[in-house]
Design a protein around this ligand. Sequence first.
Ligand SMILES: Cc1cc2nc3c(=O)[nH]c(=O)nc-3n(C[C@H](O)[C@H](O)[C@H](O)COP(=O)(O)OP(=O)(O)OC[C@H]3O[C@@H](n4cnc5c(N)ncnc54)[C@H](O)[C@@H]3O)c2cc1C
Length: 384
Amino acid sequence: MDFSLTDEQELIRATAREFTDREVIPGAQRRSRDHHFDLELVRKIADQGYLGAIVPRKYGGAGLDYRTYGLLVEEVGRGDSAMRTVISVQTSLVCSVLLKFGTEEQKRKHLPALCSGELLGCFALTEPDTGSDAANQKTRATKVDGGWKINGAKMWISLGNHAGLALVFAQTDPDLQHKGVACFLVDTDQDGFRPSPIEHKMGLNASDTAEIALDDVFAPDDAVLGEVGQGFRVAMTALDSGRFSVASGCVGVCRACLEESVKYSTQREQFGRPIASFQLVQAMIAEMRVRTDAARLLVWRAGWMKDEGLPNTTETSIAKLYASEAAVWCANEAIQVHGGAGYADDHPVERHFRDVRVTTLYEGTSQIQKLIIGRAETGINALT
Ligand SMILES: Cc1cc2nc3c(=O)[nH]c(=O)nc-3n(C[C@H](O)[C@H](O)[C@H](O)COP(=O)(O)OP(=O)(O)OC[C@H]3O[C@@H](n4cnc5c(N)ncnc54)[C@H](O)[C@@H]3O)c2cc1C
């Protein structure tokens, strides 16, 4: 693996950095305080080509490889995890599987609108009683004339209140267990699709999160993504891309916490000198740097394997596990470097701490990542 970036990658990274500094960071505190999901900013992100980064140009995407996609997600993640979540959901959880499992007609119908941001998508796998055990879907899809009727409930669905297209996972035949799950491309503009915002979250205030009641929601036959019975595979494929995206964003959070800590500690004086001159403060900063670099290298390896077409589920889980835990650690430590000042939102580290906490939970908790890695090492599947 070559660690150097091409001229094009350097340019895309520099552009994403400048965009984040200009458009994402300045309003982040206000959006978080106001619990404001900023659709205008989503549109600007789409205009940059970030919502369809890995989608080929012929479907309206930017046609980037995973390593380059990771670079821009790191930059946006450095600014605001809430906005980074929009990119991860739209690009990785929705577009990536439309690309892989969609018919030509499904791709042409949905991908250009998703890439341009005209259409938002959501990924509705989790249910009130189904989280880590994602194969155990309680939502039911029943065959009717010309399509399927879907009944059930989904929980914690990012972008669920604003999405026009929902990837809804449902069980078609409980006897078949995970082999009965199907993924439906659901038009959310129907009475039976009833999202409501989840309020009072710890963080990601500026990201939209929904619980969704599904009451006789209709999906026509041509809205099944992949085959009936292939839904669990669709979900796991989406998560392989999504975990990479989350991990890239977490590298950005590590970096933000490191940069803010360096800035603050070189300016703040105690005992007549900058706190950065104390060895114990430098130790915190050095450890942040080590974890940032280690996380990035694991993310780059996973991206490189994706680009080479190599199996990478384990390596992606390793990157997601390490980068999310590192980001939570760095945010916590950055607050320590800031002292009391880090406990209020005047410094972004307070927001990073609240926002990044979810990354060890969503797209598979850290425990689930360890079971995936453990399965690869031992050959024993603890998840069945
Ligand atoms: C802000 C936010 C946004 C989200 N966005 C989406 C989205 O867009 N789409 C979507 O489908 N979901 C989404 N989720 C849901 C998220 O993916 C789930 O919360 C996550 O998968 C964990 O499921 P759970 O919350 O039901 O926890 P549980 O599965 O109940 O887990 C609780 C605890 O038990 C542990 N545990 C469970 N099983 C095992 C096991 N076998 N071995 C060891 N430990 C275990 C877990 O690691 C965890 O510590 C989101 C969640 C949040 C908070």
